[in-house]
Design a binder for this molecule. Structure first.
Ligand code: AMP
Length: 192
């Protein structure tokens, strides 16, 4: 299996790039943000619990996220070539849980590809996405700044978990979608 993490702040282009990378390398794209929005849409118990965190730009509790990913891995690991995680892991406990879940399937994370984008560019991109995405958390500048702060405080340190084992690559996340996709592909080809 080839398992990768696309890492970076909200609005860094992970979703756009993940869809293309997953298609090129035949990986299952798992975005916890998309999975949560689907639960919200279905008005499931999980969706209702997650909503108040998402609306404020806060992280949904680890046990909810880990349970969701664990179920997904159990249901798919025998039929996929690998996973592309997008927006997950966002905390140290999530990173540790992911290691354990993958090791139960005799596999691991091959690499973490991080997109580097400035806070100003992120705010601009998310506000512009909010005009069409229908996401309320993309429309309010104070919630966007909050999400960025949460990223800095809780998620950015997760990089150290992977840097320690030389599995972390930082790439410029500003520029054309095609240019960024090409540099991601180059890095992934090195891991194959
Ligand atoms: P995203 O689409 O990745 O920007 O996620 C949207 C929102 O969903 C985030 O602001 C969080 O409230 C929640 N969320 C998504 N993924 C996670 C995660 N791995 N851990 C905690 N909360 C998450």
């Amino acid at each position: 299996m080839l398992n990768l993490i696309l890492f970076g702040p909200p609005g860094s282009g992970k979703g756009t790039q993940a869809a293309r990378v997953a298609e090129k390398y035949h990986l299952l794209h798992l975005s916890t943000g998309d999975m949560l929005r689907e639960e919200l849409r279905r008005e499931s118990a999980l969706g209702k619990e997650a909503k108040r965190f998402i609306d404020e730009g806060l992280l949904v509790p680890d046990e909810v996220i880990i349970g969701m990913i664990s179920d997904k891995i159990d249901a798919t690991s025998s039929v996929v070539k690998g996973y592309l995680f997008d927006g997950f892991p966002r905390t140290q406990p999530q990173a540790e849980a992911l290691d354990n879940l993958l090791s139960l399937k005799n596999t691991q994370i091959a690499g973490v590809l991080a997109l580097d984008v400035s806070e100003e560019e992120i705010t601009r991109r998310i506000l512009s996405r909010g005009e069409s995405s229908g996401r309320s958390d993309d429309r309010d500048e104070s919630i966007i700044r909050n999400r960025y702060q949460v990223y800095q405080n809780e998620t950015a340190p997760v990089a150290n978990h992977y840097k320690a084992s030389n599995r972390f690559v930082l790439l410029p996340g500003e520029g054309s979608v095609d240019g960024i996709f090409n540099s991601l592909s180059e890095q992934i080809d090195r891991l194959l």
